[in-house]
Design a protein around this ligand. Structure first.
Ligand SMILES: [Zn+2]
Length: 128
């Protein structure tokens, strides 16, 4: 089974560090913008209220996505220090380097990821 070289691991680790820093600053920017929006006070009419609300909801979605990504990156770092990074958590096979390049926090190989998503889709939409 093809294991990652030290250089590949270093490269992937750098990719994750960059992404982590980017997401942290994105959260800081969005949080600042939300604060400014709230400081402008209660909107005068319903239309404005709906606009503020939808702006806050999309900011919220950005923050949720960023914090989920940051959590994935922290988990990947733990796998790195445990020596299990790049190994599929389901089947124990090596995850392809190309897949990790596209998705450095991947914890499953492409095959197991497909199975996982199919299982989730089936559970998500029960047909009786
Ligand atoms: Zn697998």
């Amino acid at each position: 089974m093809a294991t990652l070289t030290q250089a590949q691991i270093r490269h992937l680790s750098n990719l994750m560090d960059e992404r982590y820093a980017r997401e942290r600053s994105e959260i800081a920017i969005v949080t600042q913008r939300v604060r400014e929006q709230l400081d402008e006070g209660v909107p005068a009419d319903w239309t404005d209220a709906a606009l503020v609300e939808s702006a806050l909801a999309s900011d919220n979605a950005v923050i949720n996505q960023d914090t989920a990504d940051m959590r994935d990156i922290r988990a990947a770092r733990e796998r790195l220090s445990a020596g299990t990074y790049g190994i599929c958590t389901d089947c124990g096979e090596a995850i392809a380097y190309q897949r990790l390049l596209a998705y450095p926090t991947a914890k499953r190989c492409i095959h197991c990821q497909h199975l996982h998503e199919q299982g989730r889709a089936v559970r998500g939409f029960p047909r009786t």
